[in-house]
Structure formats: C-alpha cells, structure tokens
Design a protein. Structure first.
Length: 274
C-alpha cells in the first residue's frame, strides 16, 4: 500500500472518531484547550470512574451522615464546586460547556448512586448536580425548625459520661453538635462576626464536654478550666483522654474513672448559675 493510501485511511479513521475533518475549525480546538482547566477523567481506571463513592446511602433517616460522607469524597476529588454552584454552566455554545456538562454529569451520577432506589428516582431528572444536592438538603435538614433547635441543646445539657469511655462520650457529643450545626446552618454576611460566633460556640462545647464528665475526672477538669489560652474541644478531649489512659495504667485494679456522679459537680452547678 502506498504512502498516500495509508495517509487517506488514517485520515478517514480520525474523521469517524471525531466527527470532523482534519483542519476543521482549528481555533475552536485551541479555545477548548484554553478553557479546560483539567481533562475530564470519567473513564475506566480514572479517579472518577467509581460510580459508588460512599457506603452511606441516603435512606430518608441518615441525611447528616450521608451529607458528611458525600462532602468528604467529592472534596477529595476536586469536584465540590459542582454541588456548591461555584461551577456555573457556560452557555451551551461556549467551548467550555462540553467539559462542564461532562463533569456535572459525573457528580450527578455519584449523588444518585449514593441514594436508595426509592429515593434516587425523585432526583434523577433534576438538571444539575447542585439541584440534586440542594433538594434533599432542604427536605431533610429542616432548617429553621424551632422545635429541633430547642431539643438538641437540651439534650446536650443532659448528656453525661456515665459508664461510657471518654472517647465514646465525646463522640456522642460531637454527633449532637454536628446535628445542631445542620439545623442552624446559614450563610454568614459578616466574616468577622462569624469568627467571633465560632469562638463562643467552641468555648460552650468545651463547657458541655467538661460538665458531663464523671467525678473521678474533677482534677483534670479543673486544670483545663484554668488553662490560658482557653483550650479547644479537641485539646480538652486529648487531655482528658490522656488522664483516662494514665488512670488505667497506674490504677488497673480500679479500672477507669467511669463511675457515674451521684450528684452534679461543682463545675456544672457554677455553669448553670452563669
């Protein structure tokens, strides 16, 4: 076969795959490369090829756990902007539209496949990944639900360590804290105010954690309250956890300081009087 014949066959093959003739609109090809931040990686073997991204499937009762799992995975894959709306759809005629459409479809598929079938069919025909994300959020989070906002802080004040380990007690508190954030979540119009609110919230969480500890941990609790600067919840937990481990090593015959208090500690009483 001659060189010209082979060249013609190769050219025809390229035309069949791309749908365009060699040399057609070269400016459009250059523009596509200019507007594409990254190549779309929705192919087998690529980072985005897995269509099932979390073991938590939305079932109507686990929105908080589901949404947290989804956010972590989608953030790790660099596609979080598709559920926040930051990645806005270009005009259908724009060179960047093809890339946006493909990546939006990937995230759309991830969300649908992370729901139970009876739930996912409600969201299958929504146009964007952001719509699929926002709709169950509005349905399940009950933002502004006054009864829930009242119930969770009351639950936090009543929560005690009891027979739980420090780790289990702290984990239970975190679950309620995260649930409360879900109900109160809203965009802040003042970044400075938001920082101040977070500082106050962090301090209140330390108080909640310390107030529910067993009386065997009074000494470490008092030490934490006297620290400057005031510790974060994670720092307070780490110090109490170290004390619990030390107790188990030094006094193995007594076990851990897990005996429930017979009455409210002096700290809890003073906190209620504030």
């Amino acid at each position: 076969m001659g060189i010209r014949a082979r060249t013609l066959i190769i050219s025809m093959a390229k035309t069949a795959m791309t749908g365009s003739l060699p040399g057609d609109n070269p400016k459009s090809e250059i523009s596509d490369k200019t507007h594409a931040d990254q190549p779309v990686t929705a192919f087998p073997g690529g980072d985005n090829s897995s269509l099932q991204i979390t073991a938590h499937k939305l079932n109507g009762k686990n929105y908080l756990q589901w949404s947290q799992s989804i956010k972590i995975v989608i953030c790790s894959r660099g596609k979080f902007k598709y559920i926040t709306g930051e990645a806005k759809a270009p005009a259908p005629t724009a060179p960047a539209y093809k890339k946006w459409f493909a990546e939006n479809s990937i995230v759309h598929t991830w969300l649908i496949n992370s729901m139970e079938p009876m739930i996912s069919r409600r969201y299958l025909f929504l146009p964007t990944a952001k719509d699929v994300w926002d709709t169950p959020r509005r349905t399940n989070s009950d933002l502004g639900n006054a009864s829930q906002v009242f119930k969770i802080p009351s639950k936090l004040k009543e929560m005690k360590q009891g027979t739980k380990s420090v780790t289990q007690y702290f984990t239970d508190l975190q679950d309620s804290w995260q649930e409360l954030v879900l109900f109160l979540e809203e965009d802040s119009v003042c970044a400075t105010c938001n920082v101040k609110q977070r500082q106050i919230l962090e301090k209140e969480r330390v108080y909640d954690f310390l107030a529910g500890l067993n009386r065997g941990l009074d000494e470490v609790r008092g030490h934490i309250l006297s620290r400057l600067p005031f510790p974060t919840t994670e720092e307070a937990f780490a110090e109490v956890h170290r004390e619990e481990k030390r107790w188990k090593v030094m006094l193995p015959e007594e076990g851990s300081p897990s005996a429930p208090p017979t009455e409210s500690s002096a700290f809890a009483t003073s906190k209620e009087q504030q």
